[in-house]
Design a binder for this molecule. Structure first.
Ligand code: GLY
Length: 300
């Protein structure tokens, strides 16, 4: 562990190029990376940094998380989100949560105030209300015109995206000055998903993982493929076995061929190296590395 170095990387989802605007996607990612980096710079924790980055991305309607989330088969929003603290190996997540603007904040409340790792559905909503998190006055405020248009287009075609990458899931991983890593991921999942479906995002080792002994990773793409292969745990295990962050995500991605999956991953090692890999047309991302250098990307 290299105490003193700090860095952050975020993604705004892997998917087809489609109508996604590269400038808006990368600008949203960079703003989120800066929000997390400010916390790291001030000596804050990686856990707080990834949460701040995730909130910024959930609130940006461009991304499939928080406001702007993909709609399920009934045309409703159901959010999945999880964050994990590499220092303590504690995690908090929510699945198929309805009616909250920032599911990552509910996930954080699960981490801080519950003996459980993951709460789903109405039980998760009840927990959030009891923790003092105010639900949306009108859950329809989470539905953007774009999400509705996409749902209508895909419904007319029988929801073909259920077998592909969702596009727009968000995630962040960070290393703080104290040598701790953390990861956060949040999504509306796949357009047209069955109500109650929970994807990879809030499942430990699938969409999200963090361990100070190796690093932290966040995945995006086709949830069923990612969770079948436990891609973020795979990446962290590669680092523990001596791989660099880039080698670790490349190795995880190479597994996807076994299930014909489409996905992307970001990763940070406990040394502060960054890794980025995806086999989709695009994965919006932004980072601020351990030397304070900013970068963004969209396509390969
Ligand atoms: N990777 C997001 C999902 O499939 O739900």
């Amino acid at each position: 562990v290299q105490v003193g170095r700090f860095a952050i990387i975020v993604h705004g989802g892997a998917g087809a190029r489609g109508a996604a605007d590269p400038d808006r996607n990368t600008a949203g990612c960079l703003a989120a990376a800066r929000a997390g980096h400010a916390i790291l710079q001030a000596g804050g924790t990686a856990l707080d940094a990834v949460q701040a980055a995730a909130i910024a991305l959930e609130d940006d309607p461009v991304f499939n998380a928080g406001t702007g989330a993909a709609l399920n088969a009934d045309g409703d929003v159901e959010h999945d989100a999880l964050l994990m603290d590499g220092a303590t190996l504690r995690a908090g997540g929510v699945g198929a949560l309805r009616g909250f603007q920032n599911p990552i904040v509910v996930a954080r409340a699960v981490l801080d105030g519950s003996p459980h790792c993951l709460l789903a559905g109405e039980g998760a909503a009840r927990f959030a209300r009891a923790a003092g998190i105010v639900p949306c006055a009108d859950p329809r405020a989470l539905i953007t015109d774009n999400a509705r248009r996409r749902w209508e287009e895909e419904r007319a075609k029988g929801f073909p995206g259920l077998r592909g990458a969702s596009g727009g899931t968000i995630g962040a991983v960070a290393l703080d000055r104290h040598g701790h890593v953390a990861a956060a991921t949040s999504t509306g999942g796949l357009t047209g998903k069955h109500p109650g479906r929970i994807g990879d995002t809030p499942l430990l080792g699938a969409g999200t993982y963090a361990d100070d002994a190796s690093g932290a990773a966040s995945a995006t793409g086709h949830g069923e493929a990612i969770l079948t292969l436990l891609l973020t745990k795979h990446a962290c295990d590669r680092i523990a076995a001596g791989a660099g962050a880039q080698g670790a995500v490349d190795s995880a991605l190479s597994e996807l061929g076994r299930v014909h999956g489409h996905a992307g991953l970001i990763c940070i090692s406990a040394k502060g190296e960054l890794g980025i890999a995806f086999n989709t047309e695009r994965m919006a991302r932004a980072w601020i590395d351990a030397n304070g250098r900013e970068g963004v990307g969209f396509g390969a």
